[in-house]
Design a protein around this ligand. Structure first.
Ligand code: SF4
Length: 479
């Protein structure tokens, strides 16, 4: 019978910032509630991750091991880097040191569980949300029974179409209590902000997105009072005073954001909030005012383009007018906005890039920034994959395990770069994904926290751009 479980959070990526493993904490809490003895090891800051894993296994002697995988690569077309070889060193180390039942989970695994299991030579993965499935998996008396738990993908029994996903029916069954499982002080040193999640799921169907395999298309909403209580408890137990909502799209579905923020206002929490992602679609003046009233000081907004052509091809579900309307609303507020764009997708051409550049030049005020990703990572089971195969950009037999990208056939990457250079009024207010690999960024973050500079730290991107000016990706060859 399995009684002791070691959860290993394997993410070690620091670009653009270290991310506290809220999903692994959620699963660890769930397993504890179910009666298991659980230890969580966070490898984020470990200099010798395999050594730490071996030592934890020696000390704790687990009968079950769960490894969480956030991403399989950095998603960067211009400087691609797979995380899988480093992950294999860790999973090989686990296999060498224990005969415990091992399972993989996390967002990276949910996207392509079988490919990853084959690469790592492991047998089990959880697809989707792990809180309930992990309990059933580790409670199972035999490996065969473990395989039958909903959401478990078993490599030895796998056939095409075998993968199945599990969703947590009620996200309030378990509270993550991140500070109980993770040394949050280490994350707070890089930026004094902790994650919080109000809901699961996203009903949109953007062509490139894998979210439907990670959290599903059906929204499951947390009770606002429980979210407020979680924030209050974190404030009492840590030095965090700023929280970031990491929900898929914060202002969807209709009405939830309002209910959540009104509840937070009632709690008089004396904290500030960032929001990882809002959509321009349906954004209203009242919503922006409510966000301000509740203490939201920064949002990421994810139109990905400001051209109807590109928005249509990315299946964003809104148009250029919505993007301009949202810009007017946010420009008239005190909320800082990070505008996210994805260039090089289907049907992108010089004209559509010029439209997006015009938007950046004219509608993004000095208080805000534009975050630009070049090229689209192609994942299995997405509309992007189907299109990439149809256009012969991707071989139909490519398992997509290693970084694979789509870039519009309408122009070469270098032509896109030249269009950007000539179209952008100022590259000072843009942040390119590839520039966030800059090795001194971590030191700048630590300095920013030590000096108690107000977050979000992306607001200081202009300084970073000055420091790396000659090395910025915009000055390099894109091929
Ligand atoms: S809105 Fe965001 S999370 Fe939802 S499908 Fe589109 S990209 Fe994915």
């Amino acid at each position: 019978m399995i009684s002791k479980i070691l959860i290993i959070s394997t993410n070690r990526e620091f670009a653009p910032q270290p991310v506290a493993p809220i999903g692994a904490a959620w699963v660890a809490e769930s397993l504890t509630q179910a009666g298991f003895r659980v230890r969580l090891v966070d490898l984020s800051f470990e200099k010798d991750p395999a050594g730490r894993v071996a030592s934890e296994i020696r000390q704790f002697q687990p009968d079950g091991v769960g490894l969480s995988v956030r991403n399989v690569d950095n998603g960067d077309f211009l400087s691609p880097r797979s995380f899988l070889p480093a992950l294999k060193e860790i999973t090989d180390c686990v296999k060498q040191n224990t005969s415990a039942r091992i399972v993989l989970g996390g967002s990276g695994v949910s996207v392509m569980p079988l490919q990853i299991l084959n690469y790592l030579e492991l047998d089990y993965a959880i697809m989707g949300e792990g809180e309930e499935t992990s309990v059933l998996f580790f409670r199972a008396k035999t490996d065969d029974e473990a395989c039958r738990a909903p959401g478990v993908v078993c490599r030895k029994q796998a056939e095409p179409g075998y993968e199945r996903t599990s969703w947590l029916s009620n996200p309030d069954l378990v509270r993550p209590r991140l500070h109980r499982w993770v040394d949050v002080r280490r994350y707070l040193r890089f930026e004094p902000v902790l994650p919080v999640q109000g809901k699961r799921g996203c009903a949109n169907r953007c062509i490139y997105c894998t979210y439907n395999r990670i959290e599903g298309r059906v929204y499951r909403l947390r009770e606002p009072a429980l979210v407020a209580e979680e924030i209050s408890s974190t404030v009492m137990n840590t030095s965090a005073r700023t929280f970031e909502f990491v929900d898929s799209i914060f202002n969807q579905p209709e009405g939830y954001m309002e209910a959540l923020l009104e509840e937070i206002i009632r709690w008089r929490l004396k904290v500030r909030f960032h929001v990882a992602s809002i959509s321009p679609k349906g954004l209203t003046k009242e919503q922006v005012k409510l966000m301000e009233r509740a203490g939201v000081t920064a949002v990421g907004i994810t139109p990905e383009a400001a051209s109807d052509t590109t928005l249509g091809s990315l299946r964003k579900g809104f148009g250029q007018d919505d993007v301009y309307h949202a810009a007017d609303l946010l420009a008239g507020s005190n909320i800082k906005a990070l505008w996210c764009f994805l260039l090089g997708g289907p049907e992108e051409d010089k004209r559509s890039i010029a439209e997006t550049m015009k938007f950046i030049n004219t509608k993004i005020p000095d208080k805000d920034k534009a975050f630009i990703t070049i090229g689209v990572r192609v994942y299995p089971h997405t509309g992007m994959h189907d299109l990439a195969v149809r256009e012969s950009v991707v071989d139909p037999y490519d398992n997509l395990l290693m970084p694979t990208f789509y870039f519009t056939p309408n122009m070469s990457p270098n032509e896109a770069r030249d269009t950007l250079v000539s179209g952008l009024g100022s590259i000072g207010k843009t942040i390119f994904l590839s520039d966030t690999n800059f090795s001194s960024l971590g030191i700048l973050r630590l300095a920013g926290t030590a000096l108690r500079l107000p977050s979000p730290f992306w607001r200081y991107a202009g300084y970073m751009n000055m420091m790396i000016s000659g090395n910025r990706v915009i000055r390099r060859n894109w091929g």
